[in-house]
Design a protein around this ligand. Sequence first.
Ligand SMILES: O=P(O)(O)OC[C@H]1O[C@](O)(CO)[C@@H](O)[C@@H]1O
Length: 248
Amino acid sequence: MFPWDGPLPAPHIRTLADMADVLAEPGGADRDPGRPLYFMYRDLARNDHDRSWLEGHALRYDATVIPPGRVGEEYVKTKGHFHPANRAGVRFPEVYEVVAGKAHFLLQTWTAGDVVLVEGSTGDVVVIPPGYGHVTINPGEEELVLANIVSTAFSSDYGPYVERHGAAYYELADGTLVPNPAYDDPAPVRQAVPASVPAFCTGRKSPLYSLVGKEKCLDYLNRPEKYNEDFSGCLKDSAEQPAYAPRP
Ligand SMILES: O=P(O)(O)OC[C@H]1O[C@](O)(CO)[C@@H](O)[C@@H]1O
């Protein structure tokens, strides 16, 4: 479980059957389609005051628990989705915190002209900028616990991931990123670091929940059109690349 001192609803569970369309190796007659892969605790609040603040600002705080494991050779990951655009025509962003464990956030633009891998460890906060779809992979041996805050004004779009059988790359347990053949010409993966963004009050010293009640820090989640410049600093290249070379 994860450290949480508020009411906890039953989680939504993604099973192997739910993920069949987005896996590197969907087959395997010996596999249990009911195998739970990850657990989503959506719309959490520690108390009524926080809940009404979140609701009043069209925001949601979720936690996601991804146990370590593999499906075939691939690490367990989330299904992946894009966010639609708001009334100003800008796609909704999102913000994640690694509460425990290690995460690989695999982001990509719609046509995979930019593909970014952000490695996060406990305490890191990662902003998903407008226009980037995202999958989160647990590449570790420990449980990965994530928190996120996101607008409640939209539903996620899973279509682009389902139709193309996942993200532009699959991360296998030998550490390689394998290009997904359903994509014509995906950009090579570039690695980025979890960057603090002052305008969004993100950084290792700011757990996401501490931002509940701070309107200015979370305004970008519903009005991304006002923060173009701030988003440009979200995915700063890492000195380590290209650590994740695609398998030849
Ligand atoms: O929706 P997916 O792709 O299964 O990803 C899981 C996580 O993403 C969120 O939908 C937020 O983007 C969480 O609520 C959820 O726990």
